[in-house]
Design a protein around this ligand. Structure first.
Ligand SMILES: NC(=O)c1ccc[n+]([C@@H]2O[C@H](COP(=O)([O-])OP(=O)(O)OC[C@H]3O[C@@H](n4cnc5c(N)ncnc54)[C@H](O)[C@@H]3O)[C@@H](O)[C@H]2O)c1
Length: 260
């Protein structure tokens, strides 16, 4: 039994379909109701079971209501995928308060709300389980023009690393998904920005990504394999290796060259 937020599109839809193909009944949550219906239709067409619950993950009460619906519909929840997210581009020096509120509301508070709503009941089940938090390679490497997104995703990586330690004794595993480019609608994230958090000026254009653009089904398959093996890091692109190495070399250098 699984719950996937951001399940109306992209990686979330692929995760929902992939988990359903493994035999799990799925609750998909998203703000995009048409996209949710399509996900449910696709799962049902292959003989799976799925339920859509419209949910804005930045709203704590809505995520609590999602958990209530999920536990009453499924009885138990074993896999929780906190995946809903939005991307935003532009220099930190020009970021607006609304930019911060929107992005952290979905990408960070969305994950926190998911944990608050689901974890107590997952622990009480005493059957173990797994939490997947979708971060990004942008949660491990900072890029110019991606500062708000970097902030949100670094937080999700840190949270997940600690969560894995905290939940170990309950038999609940944690994976943090850190992809580079994936062929989804992420570059059109502004479509989901609520009117009250829109800027008066148009959003800066997305920056070009380095590395390959993977298919979301491939990323979902890698994530499901990591759930089965209980692996913490799901790093989907080998192109991430060099920038990660350079980052750790800089950290090492900071220690070696410290003064006084
Ligand atoms: N596509 C990439 O290149 C890439 C790379 C790294 C990380 N990610 C992360 O993957 C996750 C999934 O994104 P995707 O690439 O599939 O993009 P996507 O835009 O195709 O899907 C994201 C989904 O989240 C939903 N969503 C947005 N705001 C929401 C809210 N407030 N409440 C509930 N749902 C909301 C959207 O409606 C959409 O269905 C995100 O966390 C994203 O940051 C994507």
């Amino acid at each position: 039994m699984g719950v996937v937020t951001g399940g109306a599109s992209g990686i979330g839809r692929s995760l929902a379909e992939g988990l359903a193909a493994e035999g799990a009944a799925i609750v998909v949550a998203d703000v995009d109701e048409a996209g949710l219906s399509e996900t449910v239709k696709r799962i049902e067409a292959r003989g799976g079971r799925a339920l859509a619950v419209r949910t804005d993950v930045s709203d704590r009460a809505q995520v609590q209501a999602l958990a209530d619906r999920a536990f009453s519909a499924l009885g138990r929840v074993h896999v929780l995928c906190n995946n809903a997210g939005v991307a935003i581009w532009g220099g930190l020096e020009t970021a607006t308060h609304r930019d911060w509120e929107w992005t952290l509301g979905v990408n960070l508070w969305g994950v926190i709300h998911g944990l608050e709503a689901f974890l107590p009941r997952m622990i009480a089940q005493r059957e173990g389980g797994h939490v997947v938090n979708t971060a990004s390679m942008a949660g491990l490497i900072a890029s110019q023009g991606l500062g708000i997104y970097n902030t949100s995703k670094y937080a999700v990586v840190g949270l997940s690393e600690t969560l894995a330690k905290d939940l170990k004794s309950y038999g609940i595993g944690v994976s943090v998904l850190c992809p580079m480019g994936v062929a989804t609608q992420i570059r059109a994230s502004e479509r989901n920005r609520p009117a009250k958090l829109r800027n008066e000026t148009p959003a800066p254009a997305p920056v070009d990504l380095i590395g390959r653009t993977l298919d979301p089904d491939t990323v979902a398959a890698m994530t499901i394999a990591a759930i089965k093996d209980n692996r913490l890091y799901v790093i989907t692109h080998e192109e991430g290796l060099e920038p990660l190495r350079r980052r750790f070399q800089r950290l090492e250098q900071a220690i070696l060259a410290r003064k006084p």
